[in-house]
Design a protein around this ligand. Structure first.
Ligand code: UDX
Length: 453
C-alpha cells in the first residue's frame, strides 16, 4: 500500500520505516530541509537501536523516501499519517498547531480518497478538529474528495521503538467508519500475523486510551517514589518492598522502580496535558496533579541527598555524573532527571564531570561551554579529581563498577545511586558511603532512623 507520514521525529520516522520494512511504499515528509537531505543520505538524526540500518536498507530498496514536497507526497497516498510534535503550550496543554497545519495541507492537496491517521498524542476531540481542518480546505477550493480520520495512538518506548513497532502489544484504532478500519487492518496486517491485536473503538476513546496508558504508568512510578520517600524515613528498604508487592500478580513487577523521577518526551507532557484537559471540562484531576508534583520533587532527590551528606555545603566539590539521557538506550535528554541534578549542583557551587554512552552530543548542545562542566570520554575519566559519584541513568555499563577502585579514586568516598542498581552491602564493604533512593540506610544517621527502632 502507499502510505505518507508527516513528521520525521521519533514516532514518524520509526512508523514510516517499519511500514516500509514490511513492504509498503512509504514517503516521509518533513519541513526541515536539512533533516530530509540528511535522511536521503542515510543520516538518521536520532539514536534508536536498529533504526539506522533499517532506514538505509528500505531507502536503498526504494520503499522509503524522504521529501519536503507535501503536495507530491499526498497525491496517491492511501493512508496519510500525522506524526508531528504536540509540544506543551504555555499552560501545559498540547499545542495542536503543527497537527492542524498538516491537516490543512492535506486538505489543500488531496485529490484521491484517503484515510488520515492521527498518530501524534493529541487531546480528546482532535480527530474532529483534523476532520474540520481538512474539510475547510476542501470546501475553499470547491473540491469533494472522500476522506476518513482515524485515531491510532502509538505506544512506542524510546530505546525499543523499532521492536515495539514491529511487534506491537496492541493496535488501537479509533474510527467512525468500517471502511477506514478495514484499510488500517490491511496496512497493519503484516504486524499482527500471529494473533489479532486490533482494539477498535470510537475516536475519543482511542485518544483518551493513549493518555490513560501513560498516566497509569507515570502514576505507578510516582507511587513508588512516594513509597521510597516513606521507606527512607522509617528505615525500610524500598527494594525489598518492591519485590514484596510485585509478587502480587494484580500489582506486577513492571514499572515499579523508584528512582530520580520519570523524564522523557511523553510522561511529563502527557500527564500535564491530561490534567489540563480535565480542568477545561470542569474536573479537577487531583491524582494527576499529585503524580506530577511527586515527580517534580523527586528530580531534586539526588542533589538533596548530596547536600545532606556534605552538611548542606557542596560549593567547590566535584561530582562525577554517570548517565545523562532520561533513560538507557537513548540519547534523549528531554525532561531528564540529570538536568535537574546538574542545575541543583551548579546552583550550589559544585562542579560536574559527566559521561553518558549516547548523550554526549546532546549534553554539549545543551550545556557546552560551561566552566563548571567537563564532558568526559568514559566513566573512569569522570572520576579524575572527583569527590563523589552520582549514577542518574542505569545504562548497563554502569551496573558493576570496580568499587574498591572507586573507593581509592573518589576523594570523599561517597556514591549516590539514583536508580538503586548497586548493592549497598557490596558498596559499603569497599569502603564507600552509599545513598540510594528509599533505602532506609540513607537516613541512618538522621532523626528518621530513630522512628524505625
Ligand atoms: C513512554 C511509554 O512507556 C510509552 O508507552 C509511550 O508511548 C511513550 O512514553 P518512553 O518515554 O520512551 O515511553 O520511556 P519509558 O521507558 O516508559 O520510561 C519513562 C521514564 O520513566 C524514564 O525516565 C524512566 O527512567 C522512568 N521509569 C520507568 C522509572 O522511574 N521507573 C520505572 O519503573 C519505569
Amino acid at each position: 500500500m502507499r502510505a505518507t507520514v508527516f513528521g520525521t521525529g521519533y514516532v514518524g520516522l520509526v512508523t514510516g520505516t517499519c511500514l516500509a520494512e514490511v513492504g509498503h511504499q512509504v514517503t516521509c515528509v518533513d519541513v526541515d530541509e536539512a533533516k530530509v537531505a540528511g535522511l536521503r543520505n542515510g543520516i538518521v538524526p536520532i539514536f534508536e537501536p536498529g533504526l539506522a540500518p533499517m532506514v538505509l536498507a528500505n531507502h536503498g530498496a526504494g520503499r522509503l523516501d524522504f521529501t519536503t514536497d507535501a503536495a507530491a507526497a499526498i497525491k496517491g497516498a492511501e493512508v496519510i499519517f500525522i506524526a508531528v510534535g504536540t509540544p506543551p503550550d504555555e499552560d501545559g496543554s498540547a499545542d495542536l498547531q503543527y497537527v492542524l497545519a498538516v491537516a490543512a495541507t492535506v486538505g489543500r492537496h488531496l485529490s484521491d480518497p484517503v484515510v488520515v491517521v492521527n498518530k501524534s498524542t493529541v487531546p480528546v476531540g482532535t480527530a474532529d478538529k483534523v476532520r474540520a481542518a481538512i474539510s475547510a480546505e476542501l470546501a475553499a477550493r470547491g473540491a469533494d474528495v472522500r476522506f476518513e480520520v482515524v485515531s491510532n495512538p502509538e505506544f512506542l518506548k524510546e530505546g525499543a521503538a523499532v521492536n515495539d513497532c514491529m511487534r506491537p502489544d496492541r493496535i488501537v484504532l479509533g474510527a467512525r467508519s468500517a471502511t477506514a478500519v478495514e484499510t488500517m487492518k490491511r496496512l497493519y496486517a503484516p504486524f499482527t500475523r500471529s494473533h489479532e491485536r486490533f482494539v477498535v473503538m470510537d475516536e475519543r476513546s482511542a485518544e483518551l486510551t493513549k493518555y490513560a496508558a501513560n498516566a497509569m504508568l507515570a502514576t505507578k512510578i510516582s507511587f513508588m517514589n512516594e513509597m521510597a520517600n516513606i521507606a527512607e524515613r522509617v528505615g525500610a528498604d524500598i527494594e525489598q518492598v518492591r519485590q514484596g508487592i510485585g509478587s502480587d500478580p494484580r500489582i506486577g513487577y513492571h514499572f515499579i522502580y523508584p528512582g530520580a523521577g520519570y523524564g522523557g518526551s511523553c510522561f511529563p507532557k502527557d500527564v500535564q496535558a491530561l490534567e489540563r484537559t480535565a480542568r477545561r471540562h470542569g474536573y479537577q484531576a487531583g491524582l494527576l496533579q499529585a503524580v506530577e508534583a511527586v515527580n517534580d520533587r523527586q528530580k531534586h532527590k539526588l542533589a538533596e541527598l548530596a547536600l545532606r551528606h556534605f552538611g548542606g555545603d557542596i560549593a567547590g566539590k566535584t561530582f562525577a555524573v554517570w548517565g545523562l539521557a532520561f533513560k538507557p538506550n537513548t540519547d534523549d535528554m528531554r525532561e531528564a532527571a540529570s538536568r535537574s541534578l546538574l542545575a541543583d549542583l551548579w546552583q550550589a557551587g559544585a562542579k560536574v564531570r559527566a559521561y553518558d554512552p549516547e548523550a554526549m552530543a546532546e549534553t554539549r548542545r545543551l550545556f557546552g561551554g560551561r566552566a563548571d562542566l567537563v564532558l568526559c570520554e568514559d566513566p573512569s575519566d569522570t572520576l579524575e579529581g572527583a569527590d563523589a559519584l552520582v549514577l542518574v541513568t542505569e545504562w548497563k555499563a554502569f551496573w558493576s563498577p570496580d568499587f574498591p577502585a572507586l573507593a581509592r579514586t573518589l576523594r570523599e568516598r561517597v556514591v549516590f545511586d539514583g536508580r538503586n542498581v548497586w548493592d549497598p552491602v557490596q558498596v559499603e564493604a569497599a569502603g564507600l558511603a552509599y545513598y540510594g533512593i528509599g533505602r532506609g540506610r540513607s537516613l541512618q544517621a538522621g532523626p528518621g532512623a530513630q522512628d524505625a527502632h
